[in-house]
Write a protein that binds this ligand. Structure first.
Ligand SMILES: Cc1cc2nc3c(=O)[nH]c(=O)nc-3n(C[C@H](O)[C@H](O)[C@H](O)COP(=O)(O)OP(=O)(O)OC[C@H]3O[C@@H](n4cnc5c(N)ncnc54)[C@H](O)[C@@H]3O)c2cc1C
Length: 342
């Protein structure tokens, strides 16, 4: 069976992860669709290997060579697939570039994804951590997805409720969602689009440009400009975006912290809990712009860890652990990493 599959051996992953970590995969397959996954599972020599589903590699930290089979989700294609009267349904295959998909929807005159412009990675990985930026998350406009169940070989359609989206979270990050490979994702984009300008920096940037009633494309262009200014381009300096999630603490815990640290940055959540700014906590511990070997903290944004050149996954991990320990010692808060460690 696997003579039909173009399995590669000792495959270099450096260009397939945005940290630019120089790790290898024992076996590698570029997956065009569910038939390739079915063929993998039908071959005992392949199905027995540990598996890693990989999209754009913009949310993984490769801590060592991967002694198994990397399934690089590369299915292509996007289309308008339905219309409910109030919403247009747009579907794309897992391997589509996320930002390219956002631009495609905008070119169709459809808004809804523009606040999440320029997030790196693939469409198929977007549901994994319910990607979000500038006051929007994909769960706001998500319709459904198709997943291939590696255990049963069946294709499943999953609704938003079944995906159990949360802040940088979904069922795919938990035991019940393991072994599900996302094949395509469908969004329901509103015909009656209104800009989402809840995020103050975005609203201000549009006003500064003299735009009071922005189009979705103008919102997208503004988000792109802000992101280019603030975040390192992985093509130039290796990184995986925000390395830690913003920790959520109880209202009581936040009040206790505020007594000791009156400048603590916190945002009240609808359920009474408080979201703390992980970047601020790291900055206060003196890590911004610092480095440990070839791994460093981006000077303009303490939440972003970078590969200053030649860092191994273990170097980045050591830096992350040191930051976690300092923040925990000072604030009693444990930072939770956002990328998946492999
Ligand atoms: C500069 C920069 C900025 C970023 N900004 C943001 C941001 O603003 N908001 C945000 O939410 N994220 C952000 N990220 C993180 C990242 O872009 C997203 O998490 C993105 O969705 C990852 O996509 P990917 O294709 O690169 O996934 P990968 O890194 O390849 O994989 C991530 C996880 O998804 C799994 N996976 C991948 N594809 C599939 C599939 N088809 N089926 C099942 N599982 C799959 C992998 O096994 C892994 O566990 C940023 C990253 C960078 C480098």
């Amino acid at each position: 069976m696997h003579t039909r599959l173009a399995i590669e051996h000792d495959f270099p992953l450096k260009s397939l992860n945005t940290f630019g970590i120089d790790a290898k995969a024992r076996r590698y397959l570029r997956v065009a669709g569910p038939a390739d996954l079915a063929a993998v599972m039908a071959d005992p020599a392949l199905s027995a290997l540990p598996r890693l589903l990989l999209g754009g590699g913009s949310n993984v930290l490769l801590t060592r060579d991967f002694d198994g089979l990397v399934l690089h989700m590369a299915g292509a294609g996007k289309d308008i697939v339905g219309d409910t009267g109030t919403h247009v349904l747009v579907r794309g295959a897992a391997g589509e570039n996320w930002h390219g998909f956002v631009q495609y929807t905008l070119a169709q005159g459809l808004g809804g994804l523009e606040n999440m412009s320029l997030i790196p990675g693939t469409l198929g990985a977007a549901p994994i951590q319910n990607i979000g930026a500038y006051g929007a998350e994909i769960k706001d406009v998500f319709h459904s997805l198709t997943a291939f169940d590696m255990a049963s070989g069946a294709l499943r359609t999953m609704t938003a409720a079944e995906c159990r989206f949360g802040y940088r979270d979904s069922v795919f990050k938990h035991a019940e969602g393991q072994g599900l490979a996302i094949i395509d994702v469908t969004f329901a984009l509103p015909r009656n689009w209104q800009p989402n300008l809840r995020y103050a920096e975005l609203a201000q940037a549009l006003l500064d440009a003299g735009i009071e009633q922005p189009t979705a494309q103008q919102v997208s262009d503004t988000v792109v400009a802000i992101r280019r200014r603030k975040l390192p381009d992985p093509a130039v300096i290796g990184n995986a975006g925000s390395f830690f999630k913003n920790p959520v603490v109880s209202g009581a815990e936040c009040a206790r912290l505020l007594e000791r640290f009156p400048a603590l940055v916190h945002h009240a959540q609808p359920d009474g809990s408080e979201k703390l700014a992980a970047g601020w906590l790291i900055d206060q511990c003196g890590w911004k712009g610092k480095h440990l070997g070839a791994a460093g903290v981006y000077p303009k944004q303490a939440l972003v860890l970078v590969n200053n050149g030649g860092a191994s996954g273990a170097d980045v991990l050591a830096l992350a652990r040191a930051i976690q320990a300092d923040v925990h010692e000072r604030y009693g808060v444990m930072l939770d990493p956002e990328p998946v460690f492999v």
